[in-house]
Design a protein around this ligand. Structure first.
Ligand SMILES: NC(=O)c1ccc[n+]([C@@H]2O[C@H](COP(=O)([O-])OP(=O)(O)OC[C@H]3O[C@@H](n4cnc5c(N)ncnc54)[C@H](O)[C@@H]3O)[C@@H](O)[C@H]2O)c1
Length: 369
């Protein structure tokens, strides 16, 4: 990506769950010739995780102190994939060293902290991208195209239901997600900030928030959140987010009602699909493979000129959205364009999440004007 001669050199901090997901995505993209990058350094305080990732992804330099990775001459771009309380220091250090930075969501515990991070990246003039990965889900990209290209009319009501098997004990088995001082919040901040970003991306500004949260697991962070939102357009949306203990795959269900149409999306597990209906027409079901072209268009990739391996790397390898997100981020660096999603996008979502927590604390709606 940095020209034919020299690959863009990536240093990644945090070789846990999402760090390895990015390493897998980067390896697939590079192997398929879609990006010219090399992961040159890894950092983790857990030496076992560090060494096993270094071996698995064939990375020679390893560090246990992120400052060493950030200041390495061998690193152009820093990926921050550590638990949330570490993001701010690491992002700022990378920006101050003049490195482009990719930070996992949530950027921080609160909007003011996230703004602080943005200010440092702006001050240093470095690229700053964020892991709000739903923006590269082909079904969601397809849905946005559908809305833009058809006569759905004004949006009336949107509902997102997001459930995840309790990530502290099961899927990710990460104790830190139960500690407020590390995670900052529970299912709303840690997981459903993705949904808030999605609502903003699809439907624009939110001006009023009313939220309730629950703590059924008796952890420090909420495991239930029900949020009612009013957008500037007048649209009403609701977000219900839960961490539960049932042995079922994670799911996100979206329903969107418009004046003249309806869209439902089964986003996460099994047979992922979208269904829509326009007034006067019969329902149409769109499978995930039918939506690949929409993602290709969003990435400005010409399917006919891509090898099967490249196509698979973008749309099918592992947790597919991450490859597309990485591709877009790295390309924004090579083209010197603003990344999408950016820190500013993340801050917009943080602002809504902060307001939701405030509303839950005060037990009343909170304005965001
Ligand atoms: N975008 C997404 O869809 C998505 C998905 C999962 C996680 N995340 C986010 O990614 C971040 C990490 O989550 P995870 O699930 O990978 O957690 P994890 O616990 O699996 O991995 C975190 C890693 O960071 C390491 N670490 C902790 N402190 C460190 C330090 N000071 N220096 C270097 N390494 C350190 C840990 O040892 C661990 O290996 C969180 O902010 C989380 O919210 C985003």
């Amino acid at each position: 990506m940095s020209g034919p001669d020299r690959p863009l050199r990536i240093g990644l901090i945090g070789t846990g769950n999402i760090g390895r997901t990015h390493l897998t995505a980067l390896a697939s993209l590079a192997h398929a010739g879609l990006v010219n990058v090399r992961v040159t350094a890894l950092c983790d305080i857990d030496k076992e995780a560090l060494e096993s990732a270094a071996q698995l992804f064939d990375v020679r330099r390893t560090y246990t102190d992120y400052q060493d990775l950030v200041s390495s001459d061998d690193v152009d771009v820093v990926y921050v994939c550590t638990p949330t309380n570490r993001h701010s220091d690491m992002v700022k250090a990378a920006a101050r060293a003049g490195k482009a930075v990719f930070c996992e969501k949530p950027l921080a515990h609160s909007c003011p902290q996230a703004r602080d991070m943005l200010a440092v990246t702006q001050d240093r003039g470095v690229h700053a991208g964020v892991g709000l990965v739903l923006r590269y889900d082909q079904l969601l990209v397809y849905a946005r195209d559908l809305i833009q290209n058809n006569d759905f009319g004004e949006p009336l009501l949107v509902h997102i239901r997001d459930d995840q098997r309790f990530p502290i004990d099961y899927l990710y088995y990460s104790k830190w997600r139960g500690e407020k001082a590390i995670a900052g919040g529970g299912t709303l901040l840690e997981h459903s900030i993705h949904d808030v970003d999605l609502l903003l991306w699809f439907f624009g500004n939110i001006e009023n928030v009313y939220a309730r949260v629950g703590f059924r697991s008796e952890r420090e962070v909420e495991d239930i959140a029900s949020v009612s939102l009013r957008h500037t357009s007048g649209l009403l949306s609701t977000l219900d987010s839960v961490w539960h203990w049932v042995e079922r795959p994670n799911e996100r269900l979206l329903e969107m009602f418009f004046e003249r149409g309806y869209i439902a999306i089964h986003l996460e597990s099994g047979d992922r699909f979208l269904e829509y209906q326009l007034q006067g027409s019969t329902p149409v079901r769109v499978g995930v493979r039918q939506a690949d072209d929409a993602l290709m268009r969003q990435l400005n990739l010409d399917r006919s000129s891509l090898s099967q391996e490249a196509m698979d790397a973008i749309t099918r390898v592992g947790p597919e959205r991450y490859a597309a997100l990485n591709y877009a981020f790295l390309r924004s660096i090579s083209r010197n364009e603003g990344p999408s999603p950016s820190f500013a996008d993340a801050i917009a979502a943080h602002r809504v999440v902060d307001a939701a927590y405030e509303s839950a604390n005060l037990n009343r709606p909170v304005d965001l004007l």
